[in-house]
Design a protein around this ligand. Structure first.
Ligand SMILES: [Zn+2]
Ligand SMILES: [Zn+2]
Length: 295
């Protein structure tokens, strides 16, 4: 709109445009240029799915890591290549829960679960910033046993260090990059090869371009997939593609391993084939069928 007002031209560029932009391009409201090759002719990474439930049944799941992902990480460590692990949830665990009655601490202002941060022993609201100390006992039943539920980046960092004690592990999320030079410092250390495995939130999905990163692991794709929003598949697709795009951007071919409980979900086939167009057609078909359904 701003460009229109100033009679300027505007150029939008993305590997995963919003459906609105793509729709306008298809209707020729926008001009459209398709770029079919990657910068420097780098190859697209190999995308592979790792079935969390299958490994769980066979007792192969360790700290949330499938055998396939563990083996791939081990291989990178031996070759002195680098690994990115993606989990889109900061803090130690998404929430605490009472073992006896299931009580969960919530924000007094926002009615959402408080995220458990272990290092600072605090329960934080990620919406309004409200902070609370850890309760000594459950206010509902008096039990003293409250356990963290789910996986945040802080816990992932700890789990990775347990599984790969010889690896140098670091974490990149809002909590570790808050200081003035935090972000820059982490990037420099990673680029210099002082870090083997970098764990992080969506912060690692954008822009990082390092030659030695040959493996990207997505810890839990279902959390992205099951997000209750009509844009969830559009968003899941772009996140998975972006994070996957961090692997093997130069001569070395990269590998992406996506852990999921639903390997048969159609979205993964589109991610594997980088097929934005197929995703778009299917989501538009669903949107149209919902819009025209009689109430
Ligand atoms: Zn309780
Ligand atoms: Zn809040």
């Amino acid at each position: 709109m701003l460009a229109h007002m100033h009679q300027a031209k505007s150029l939008l560029g993305s590997a995963t445009p919003s459906f609105e932009s793509y729709f306008h391009a298809r209707k020729e409201k926008y001009g459209y240029v398709f770029l079919g090759t990657r910068y420097g002719n780098a190859q697209l990474p190999q995308v592979e799915l790792a079935d969390i439930l299958r490994d769980k049944k066979r007792n192969l799941l360790k700290q949330g890591f499938t055998a396939r992902l563990r083996e791939a990480i081990q291989q990178r460590l031996e070759r002195q290549e680098q690994v990115l692990l993606f989990q889109n949830r900061r803090g130690y665990a998404p929430y605490l829960s009472c073992d006896a009655c299931g009580w969960v601490p919530e924000c007094v202002q926002c009615d959402v679960n408080l995220t458990y941060h272990q290092a600072i022993a605090s329960l934080n609201c990620h919406y309004c910033g409200f902070k609370d100390g850890l309760p000594a006992q459950c206010p509902a039943c008096g039990s003293a046993k409250l356990s963290p539920v789910g996986l945040g980046t802080e816990r992932l960092e700890e789990d990775v260090s347990l599984l790969f004690p010889e690896a140098r592990v670091a974490r990149m999320d809002l909590d570790t990059t808050r200081s003035k030079y935090g972000f820059q410092q982490l990037l420099e250390e990673f680029a210099a090869g002082h870090i083997d495995i970098l764990v992080g939130t969506q912060m690692i999905t954008k822009g990082l371009d390092f030659e030695r990163v040959t493996l990207v692991g997505v810890m839990d794709a279902d959390r992205i997939l099951n997000f209750p929003d009509f844009r969830s598949s559009e968003r899941a697709f772009s996140q998975l593609l972006q994070v996957g795009g961090r692997a093997g951007r130069r001569e070395k071919a990269g590998e992406v391993i996506i852990q999921t409980r639903r390997p048969d979900h159609p979205l993964f086939q589109w991610v594997i084939g980088s097929d934005y167009h197929a995703l778009y057609l299917e989501d538009m078909r669903i949107a149209k069928s919902i819009c025209t359904r009689p109430l």
